[in-house]
Design a protein around this ligand. Structure first.
Ligand SMILES: O=C1C[C@@](O)(C(=O)O)C[C@@H](O)[C@@H]1O
Length: 187
């Protein structure tokens, strides 16, 4: 079964009691349980890790090279987590960035995430439900990628217009050319 990495950064283990007016009352254990349920239908399992230390998160990304995709809430490492950013840059599959709160409606120092430009998708402001939507989006994206590589000759990765390029494809993968970074060989 294909595994998905669910990575949560500093302070996210406190969900449930940490600033409930901002982050809600759902605990991280409940979020992890619900993500497992959400992706089980498509045959995926979930490897969960939360840690306060960037080094541990970086190691977890390195060790997850066998995972098909990832969901990442970097917490405050969104602001200056350059090592985490570089580790995610080498992660082979698509991954989604999640923030429970709407970071754009908060302090200006939260308005730029160093990892967002590399993410396949970014969800914020949806509370704990954002993780479920990220999981659905990731599974959808994985199915699209699989269909593309199993498609008729000439439609494999790198051949289709709008196919994902390095950085795991930031477009919708519809072949409509919506991608920001066309893949090698794309016109
Ligand atoms: O720890 C967090 C939580 C957060 O990632 C969120 O999920 O809304 C937003 C970050 O700015 C903050 O440092």
């Amino acid at each position: 079964m294909a595994e998905i990495l669910l990575l949560n950064g500093p302070n996210l283990g406190q969900l449930g009691t940490r600033r409930p007016e901002m982050y809600g009352t759902t605990t991280l254990a409940e979020i992890e349980r619900d993500v497992r349920k959400t992706v089980a239908e498509s045959g995926h399992t979930v490897r969960c890790l939360q840690d306060e230390s960037e080094a541990t998160l970086v190691r977890a990304v390195h060790a997850a090279a066998d995972c098909v995709g990832a969901i990442v809430n970097p917490g405050a490492l969104m602001i200056a987590g350059w090592s985490l950013r570089d580790a995610l840059e080498s992660f082979p599959g698509p991954w989604m960035e999640v923030h429970l709160s709407n970071v754009f409606a908060r302090e200006p120092f939260r308005h730029n995430s160093v990892i967002s430009p590399l993410a396949s998708g970014v969800l914020c402001g949806l509370g704990a439900y954002g993780y479920q939507l990220a999981a659905l989006g990731l599974v959808h994206r994985l199915a699209q990628d699989a269909a593309r590589s199993a498609g008729p000759a000439g439609s494999g990765p790198g051949a289709a217009v709008g196919a994902p390029g390095p950085g795991h494809g930031h477009g919708l993968g519809t072949g409509s050319g919506a991608g920001r970074a066309p893949g090698p060989g794309a016109t």
